[in-house]
Design a binder for this molecule. Structure first.
Ligand code: CMC
Length: 429
């Protein structure tokens, strides 16, 4: 074996395994031949030490608090770029030239409408359905409406499906919102940029002109950039696993949305705001800190902690700044929730429990306050996350499909159930 290797001893057997270096970040030990050579599997529930794939898209250094999309720091992209530029970067690997950007914006913009029959599909949901339930259903249903882009072996169809999803996600998300509040759906307006169009579809009504606030639009666009990708997190791994069987991309993204919904993942922004509301006033913070530290209490500080970041989440820093910008633009001088959040953050950052476990605010800690101030109900927070993450899911799914060595994902297990036994007829049990 050439290159660096690692040797594992199993019983009396020495097995040599290749060590693959990354361009930055930790190397990996290639254990793919371990079972064939030793008859043993590795065991890593929650994948805390397992790299599931090679990827060139996103890099995170959790100890340093670094997040790069295709090598570019998130801070620079959020400061200087726009969301569609980030989409282009994630999909194609390079920042677009002005011509490429104009062409990309044009292509996305021309796919923003959804099939008219989708509006009738929406009527099947209860009015009080959670918009994430509506998103799981409606995005999955896209595969029933766009048969001409579900053949994953055709690169052109894959590209069309990708454009469709990036373009239609804001339309579906706005429809999910409008449906729950009983207002008419707004058709997209193609002379608006991506995020302004989304704001208009959410907050505009057909009977009057909607004036986009450019500061709020820019802030939301930045929030989309922050959420666009995050390497092999739970929902992305779900999309890859679903896609590894050859399922069509609309179905795979619906699977990703389902996974994102959970409170330990994308649902944390909704849970974080609910927690801040429940705490209510800064004097009640110590009680909640004590609950979070109590081993016998399942309560956790939502918006705190991260599997990968053991330092301040770089997205949380940008989000905090965005929160202040949005509140100031809207003339909100005293937001009691912001007071609670700022104080809670200060107390937790000094508390021994949180310091020792390296629990820092994550992106979801401040995003809820910002989105609420913009007028979104809490039930829409995770929907906005899904909207922004769609490009990351698609980029990761495409990378996997285009990899010639790709095969179906099929983890193994440590079986701890009954050994083989004989069936007992029901009368004898
Ligand atoms: N509050 C109190 N204690 C916590 C918290 C928290 N938010 N997060 C982790 N801990 C403790 C946990 O109890 C454990 O303690 P011990 O070692 O004594 O058993 C230790 O810290 C390690 O936690 P873990 O659950 O083993 O770590 P994990 O990597 O499996 O979980 C996490 C990461 C994000 C699920 C977790 O920190 C959490 O539940 N946070 C709150 C939910 C949240 O904000 N999620 C959003 C993540 S960022 C957005 C996204 O990417 O989706």
């Amino acid at each position: 074996m050439t290159g660096k290797t690692s040797t594992v001893s199993v019983d009396d057997k020495q097995v040599e395994m290749a060590v693959k270096p990354g361009s930055i970040g930790p190397s990996v030990i290639d254990i793919s031949k371990l079972y064939a050579q030793t008859g043993m599997f590795t065991y890593d529930p929650g994948f805390t030490s397992t790299a599931s794939c090679e990827s060139k898209i996103t890099y995170i250094d959790g100890d340093q608090g670094v997040l790069l999309y295709r090598g570019y720091p998130i801070e620079q992209l959020a400061e200087h770029g726009d969301f569609l530029e980030t989409c282009y970067l994630l999909l194609y690997g390079e920042l677009p030239t002005p011509t490429q950007k104009a062409d990309f914006d044009y292509r996305v913009t021309r796919h923003t409408m959804v099939h008219e029959q989708m509006t009738r599909f929406f009527q099947g949901f209860r009015r009080d359905a959670h918009p994430m339930a509506v998103m799981v259903g409606s995005v999955g249903a896209l595969s029933a409406f766009y048969h001409d882009s579900t053949d994953i072996s055709d690169p052109h169809q894959r590209m069309v499906a990708s454009m469709r999803m990036i373009a239609k996600m804001p339309t579906l998300a706005a429809m999910a919102y409008k449906y729950t509040i009983g207002q008419p759906f707004m058709y997209p307006k193609n002379d608006l940029d991506y995020t302004s169009n989304f704001l208009r579809m959410c907050f505009g009504v057909p009977c009057e002109e909607y004036k986009v606030n450019p500061i709020l639009s820019r802030a939301l666009d930045r929030i989309f950039i922050l959420h666009a990708d995050h390497e092999q997190n739970a929902s992305t791994s779900t999309v890859r696993l679903a896609g590894s069987s050859g399922a069509n991309p609309f179905a795979c993204i619906a699977a990703g949305i389902a996974c994102l919904w959970g409170p330990a993942h994308g649902g944390a922004n909704e849970a974080a705001l609910q927690m801040l509301q429940e705490i209510g006033t800064p004097d009640r913070i110590p009680m909640y800190i004590a609950k979070a530290k109590d081993k016998n209490d399942p309560f956790r500080l939502m918006g705190f902690g991260h599997r990968v970041y053991k330092n301040y989440d770089p997205r949380a820093k940008i989000m905090q700044k965005t929160t202040h910008e949005v509140l100031s633009e809207l003339g909100i001088k005293d937001d009691p929730l912001l007071d609670v959040a700022v104080e809670l953050e200060q107390i937790a950052l000094k508390d021994e429990y949180f310091v020792e476990k390296k629990l820092y605010p994550n992106i979801d800690f401040y995003s809820g306050i910002t989105l609420k101030a913009m007028g979104f109900p809490t039930s829409m927070f995770t929907v906005l996350f899904a909207l922004a993450r769609t490009v990351g899911w698609i980029a990761q799914w495409s990378e996997m499909i285009e990899d010639p060595s790709q095969k179906i994902g099929r983890p193994r297990q440590l079986y701890v159930g009954e050994p083989q036994r004989d069936y007992v007829p029901i009368a004898q049990r």
